[in-house]
Design a protein around this ligand. Sequence first.
Ligand SMILES: [Zn+2]
Length: 362
Amino acid sequence: MIRFFIKYMGSITVLIKKTLLIVLFLSFFISTLSAKKDNYLKSTHLTGNTLKLTFKYKLDDVKFFTLKNKGIIKYVYDIKNAVLPKSKSIKEYKHAGVNAFRMGQFSKKYLRVVIESRHKNYKTYAIHGKVLLLKLPKVKKAQHFIPNGKAKRINRYSPTVIIDAGHGGYDIGASYGKIIEKKITLSLALKLQKQLTHRGYKIHMTRNSDQHRHLYERTDYANTKKGTVFISLHTNAAPKRKHKKYLYKGIEVFYMKGMSRKKRYSNRKIYISEWKKKKSYLLAKEVKNKMLASVRKKHIVLDKGVKRNNFWVLRGTKMPAILIENGYITDKYEGKRLITNSYQNLLIKGIVEGVDVYFNRK
Ligand SMILES: [Zn+2]
């Protein structure tokens, strides 16, 4: 009886081992199969003339064709075995040569991207492993675009925004305890760069790390990069001797003063035309209003208004230019808020909306 039992148990163990092996093999096989099926779109990015789509796994195949209707060409890309998560969208992208960006799950097997344009596109797409690059039609003419004007064809042209993070390197700007201006301005600048790039603007940064830049280097750079607008970011600090009636808190935005011909750098030109003054004022006004609307959803913030000043960066730039004082680091509440991501994000949201209004991109 015992002998029989041992023999029986022995054969059961072998059987279990075999089944386990088969199950393991099968589950591995199934998981690799289903993993291939769920090739999720991980990220989208628009830079210059390329829309970049990054997937979880290597791409199988893309079917490409065009449809024409009343002067509009639809460039259709059916991406095989790709899955679109609900959170991903490209419809908010703006590009000079594109009328609309669309994306959807066309069928279980295909993710479809449609790019509508009036322009002919010669280079179309390229697959690099997990990355799909879609080339967008190039548009040469920028003069159709009129900031804040009656221009209807706003998608024809991507404005170039020069972002200037105040101070840097040994010039730390204002400081109050551990709160240091150059750090806040850089953090804000990088956030603004990300948001504006995402919305299709071309961006150049006068600095993107803790570097020192002379004021004339910043304006020279903006002029050679042919910026459409210039945005300088700063934070304020109360002076040691305070005026009784003055409130050292709140947001204020500056634009150029035209009257004085006195220059900070004698060998450099200043740009103080009426046109620039008008445009700078408009940009300052829209940005300040949207910033306040954004931060006031969660905080009480003083409106210090739009003001004029002779700051070099506002006069040495050929393009309309503003300087934003994002708040007072010396203020009990504002100082602490200014170093948080959540408050910086509210400020940036406002600036982006203001820039959008200025460029009629709403
Ligand atoms: Zn400053």
